[in-house]
Write a protein that binds this ligand. Structure first.
Ligand code: FES
Length: 112
């Protein structure tokens, strides 16, 4: 049965910012994150496309120093925030897995 995760937009913050969340999938704890970037929200699974590891180097630290890209802490793959496209690194050309969501006036609703 699908689980609903509701995240208030006030918890996410202004451009660029991220909000990490966890969910249970077949008894295994997984994580994802919302990124607010250039006035739009995107939601991805927190999983690099090179190896099945989480991206953030510290909890909820997903962005590079210039806050322009999502970066994998393990080998430095670089992903575009708006598409999840890996533009540099060992998984270049692949995409982060999107998580479907509904944007409400003051919240992001994820059904997972
Ligand atoms: S595990 Fe992410 S770049 Fe290698």
């Amino acid at each position: 049965m699908a689980k609903q995760i509701v995240i208030e937009k006030t918890k996410i913050g202004d451009h660029p910012s991220t909000y990490r969340f966890t969910f249970d999938e077949d008894g295994i704890q997984k994580s994802g994150f919302v990124i607010f970037f250039d006035n739009a929200y995107y939601v991805y699974r927190n999983e690099c496309q090179h190896l099945p590891v989480e991206l953030d180097w510290q909890e909820n630290e997903f962005l590079d120093d210039e806050n322009n890209f999502i970066v994998c802490a393990t080998h430095g793959a670089i992903y575009e925030p708006s598409t999840g496209h890996c533009v540099n690194g060992p998984c270049q050309g692949s995409f982060l897995k999107k998580i479907e969501f509904i944007e409400d006036l003051d919240k992001i609703v994820i059904n997972i």
